[in-house]
Design a protein around this ligand. Structure first.
Ligand code: CA
Ligand code: CA
Ligand code: CA
Ligand code: CA
Length: 478
């Protein structure tokens, strides 16, 4: 009896053991699957974190370089910052890599995108907007109404009531566009025209933007990013009181003659003439490119309407300071066309070309009160923008681009542009209010990759380096 009981107990123990083993095996198998999944998940997460930090390292590197150049400006080298950014646009960390690139005018380049290479939409008038390919009068009207302070709809425009009647939850800003994407809110503007192939507006050619009809958006699969209006226009570039030298611009409306002599290296008669002109109504620094200062200072641009602005010897202002080294002392007798020269600037109250460049680089005629839309940097501006938006002669634009590319330091002042074949003082002075030789706002599109499993992450950051520390105007991770 006793034996039999023991035997059956042993039997049931055996059953229990078998069961236990089976269950344990099942649990272990389950655990194995679970932990394997967790390991996969874990390495994915690690790769993502690595990629994201790599992208961030790229952004931080670019910002550090921008701040360095804001603190240590080199007025003799307009390309120093751009080249430094380009040289550091690729980096390797222990756990990943980053690269920063952008497309402009169909060409992919290393480094951040200079927002000053595009036209600021807030500075464009309706003629310039209308010059843009495929632009229609109703869209131009709606853009103008969006920007202007008033509520009066233009003939083909659209003000508040237009948007209300269509159930929109927003209305025109009646002030400058704050960013490019805002353009898509304007009546008649479609993302297809603002973005073109660059559907995520990152300035880079992504796989879905270069695969034809396989995935959205539509693209022509040619390896080149057609960025639509975003390739021509910006709302981010801004003006800064900071001059090329790094100092705040000298306000000629309030400056003393001694300050002008000291800051610009001009003679006393030159400084007095400059200040006299600065006090005339409607004074504009660009006029110095067209009309001799002595004429301007004796009655302003109006009185100088018939001034002979070309021909003759161009001499440095008598005894003018260090800025006069490039002053030409004579001109060949063949230079009578007047198409390539500057103004006749002889006499004690006049300026040579280098001095005019310096005045334009370092001075202003009004107090800087708040940030205004930015000018285009003559060293980076898109050729397509100049040809298409500003309707400049394509040959002239091409010679401008080849001149600036040929100069190691870039164009350090706008008067340098006068030497370009086909450029006239008149063309330059009309363009000058929208041109500068510096850039303050850049968009960094940094793509990070993890070194281990192939994670990828992108950061798009728009930075203003005109103040220290640099300011982040926009940040997103698509
Ligand atoms: Ca308006
Ligand atoms: Ca893209
Ligand atoms: Ca596609
Ligand atoms: Ca394409």
């Amino acid at each position: 009896m006793n034996f039999a009981t023991a035997k059956s107990r042993r039997g049931s123990v055996l059953v229990i053991v078998i069961w236990a083993v089976a269950i344990a095996a099942a649990i272990v198998a389950g655990l194995q699957i679970l932990s394997f999944r967790q390991a996969v998940l874990g390495s994915d997460a690690v790769a993502r974190v690595q990629a994201r930090w790599a992208a961030r390292a790229g952004v931080e590197t670019m910002i550090a370089i921008m701040e360095y150049h804001t603190e240590n400006p080199d007025p003799e080298d307009a390309l120093a910052l751009i080249l430094d950014l380009e040289d550091n646009s690729y980096g390797t960390l222990e756990t990943g890599t980053y690269d920063i690139r952008h497309f402009l005018d169909g060409i992919e380049s290393a480094g951040p995108l200079d927002e000053h290479s595009k036209a600021n939409i807030n500075l464009l008038n309706s003629t310039e907007l209308m010059n843009i390919e495929d632009m229609t009068p109703d869209v131009v009207g709606a853009i103008v109404d969006w920007k202007d302070a008033n509520e009066d709809a233009g003939m083909l425009g659209a003000e508040k009531s237009y948007y209300q009647n269509r159930g929109k939850s927003y209305e025109p800003r009646n002030a400058s566009f704050r960013n490019f994407a805002e353009l898509e809110l304007v009546a008649g503007v479609w993302p297809e025209s603002t973005r073109g192939e660059d559907w995520n507006l990152d300035g880079r050619l992504d796989p879905n933007e270069d695969d034809g009809e396989q995935t959205w958006p539509e693209d022509n699969h040619d390896g080149i990013l057609d960025a639509g209006l975003s390739g021509l226009l910006t709302a981010s570039s801004l003006t800064s009181p900071r001059a090329a030298s790094g100092e705040d611009r000298l306000n000629l409306a309030t400056a003393t003659s001694a300050e002008v002599v000291e800051r610009l290296g001009l003679t006393e008669p030159q400084a007095s003439a400059l200040l006299a002109y600065a006090k005339t109504p409607n004074a504009r620094l660009e006029q110095l490119l067209v009309i001799p200062l002595s004429t301007l200072s004796q009655g302003g641009a109006a009185a100088a309407g018939g001034a002979n602005s070309t021909g003759g010897a161009v001499t440095g202002g008598k005894g003018s300071g260090g800025a006069s080294t490039q002053g030409r002392t004579g001109r060949s007798s063949g230079g009578s066309s007047g198409a390539t020269g500057g103004v006749t600037q002889a006499g004690p109250g006049n300026l040579d070309k280098a001095a005019i460049g310096k005045v334009m680089n370092e001075c202003t005629l009004k107090e800087f009160t708040r940030p205004e839309p930015g000018k285009m940097n003559v060293n980076t501006v898109s050729g397509r923008v100049l040809k298409e938006v500003f309707d400049l002669n394509p040959k002239l634009v091409d010679s401008l681009l080849s001149r600036r590319d040929a100069k190691v330091t870039g164009l350090t002042n706008l008067a340098d542009v006068l030497d370009i074949p086909g450029m006239t003082p008149q063309i330059l002075s009309s363009l000058a209010p929208k041109l500068d030789v510096q850039s303050f706002v850049f968009t960094i599109t940094s793509r990070g990759r993890s070194i281990t499993v192939g994670g990828e992450s992108e950061m798009i950051v728009t930075v203003d380096r005109s103040t220290l520390p640099a300011q982040i105007l926009m940040y997103r991770e698509p």
